[in-house]
Ligand binder design. Structure first.
Ligand code: GLY
Length: 357
């Protein structure tokens, strides 16, 4: 697969990526290499990765606990302390080996440790490959509020090795598919067709195209002043739903993709109500998502708290919630103001919708 050029770094694939990483380590003459993992990637990914690293530099593993619940400043403190105790200096390299929590948190820790050390992302989940590891967003949650604290900072390189996907549980893989559907609906519907034959032979093509789309958008608008907001399609309500489930002991946590899938159904519904998204296209979104994800029930009593969480969305301006909506597939409109009154439209989704995805 052809490498993709981002603003200050490349996204490389497979062997080429490892070759570039070894060259980078040699050229930069890092003092030590730290590999950030969680218990899952330590067991399943680290043994595959470590033989590919050709260096005589000191290598140390730093392990954090997996899960969105641990993507917070306490975990960052743990990693900053570990780096300090292990005498990491400014010329150290941090390699993040994991999913979105590891790449987001690891990038943030690296960017802030001693005012910044280099980091390389090696995403091991589909979600992180097609979204989190690319584009320079790093950060952590604050309480249940998603990615409330963070920086835009680019890695030295990103290595995509789809071989790691074999280590994932089915539910985790499906989480990443939601981001691919997002690229398909907003930018390139061919991805939606490709997803129908989502298998080993097409996965590389799907991942490559998804990253190409994200990179093209980020190159035009790195700090989300405009166009990049399109990457938030489904995320406005999706993040609020994810946060609500995260903070509610009576609910099982949703994966990011499951929450975003619900968000895409709701925001397609709003697109049909307030823009020109044809009802047939709304049905396509709903049917696609219902066949791909398990049913999640959101009770009427949950709506008020979910809408309250929308107040914290990072796209808000002057207290107004801004949505990305669709006029059609591949035709989006940024900064759509949706009044609270209109939002109740979502809570009046017909029974058959019932977030029955
Ligand atoms: N995950 C959305 C973005 O990177 O902008």
């Amino acid at each position: 697969m052809k490498s993709i050029k981002a603003a200050t770094y490349y996204i490389h694939f497979k062997q080429n990526g490892y070759r570039e990483l070894n060259t980078l380590i040699q050229n930069k003459n890092y003092s030590s290499i730290f590999i950030l993992v969680d218990e899952n990637t330590l067991e399943c990914c680290y043994p595959k990765f470590i033989p590919l690293l050709e260096t005589d530099k000191r290598i140390e593993i730093i392990e954090i606990e997996s899960g969105e619940i641990n993507k917070n400043l306490d975990t960052c403190s743990g990693v900053w302390n570990a780096l300090t105790e292990l005498n990491a200096d400014r010329n150290s390299l941090l390699i993040t080996l994991g999913g979105g929590v590891i790449t987001d948190l690891g990038g943030f820790v690296a960017a802030t440790y001693k005012r910044g050390i280099d980091f390389v992302n090696i995403p091991t989940t589909l979600l992180s490959m097609v979204d989190a590891s690319v584009g320079g967003k790093t950060g952590v949650d604050l309480g249940v509020l998603k990615n409330q604290i963070g920086l835009f900072v680019n890695p030295k390189t990103v290595i995509i090795d789809e071989g790691f996907l074999a280590t994932l549980e089915e539910r985790e893989s499906r989480s990443g598919v939601a981001e691919i559907i997002k690229y398909g609906l907003t930018y390139d519907t061919r991805l939606i067709d490709d997803l129908k034959t989502f298998e080993k032979s097409t996965i590389n093509k799907i991942i490559h195209r998804s990253i190409e789309i994200k990179n093209e958008i980020v190159l035009k608008d790195p700090k989300e002043q405009g166009l990049r907001k399109v990457l938030n399609f489904g995320h406005t309500l999706g993040h609020a739903i994810e946060s609500y489930f995260l903070g509610n002991n009576n609910k099982d946590n949703l994966t990011h993709g499951e929450a975003i899938a619900i968000g895409m159904v709701c925001e397609s519904y709003l697109s049909y109500k307030v823009l020109k998204l044809p009802i047939e296209k709304l049905s396509i979104v709903k049917n696609m998502i219902s066949t791909m994800y398990e049913k999640v029930t959101i009770e009427k009593d949950d709506y008020a708290a979910i809408f309250e969480l929308l107040k914290h969305d990072k796209k808000n301006n002057n207290g107004e919630v801004n949505f990305v909506l669709l006029n059609d597939f591949e035709e989006f409109k940024l900064d759509c103001k949706i009044s609270t009154k209109l939002l109740t439209v979502v809570s009046q989704l017909p029974n058959s919708y019932q977030f029955n995805i």
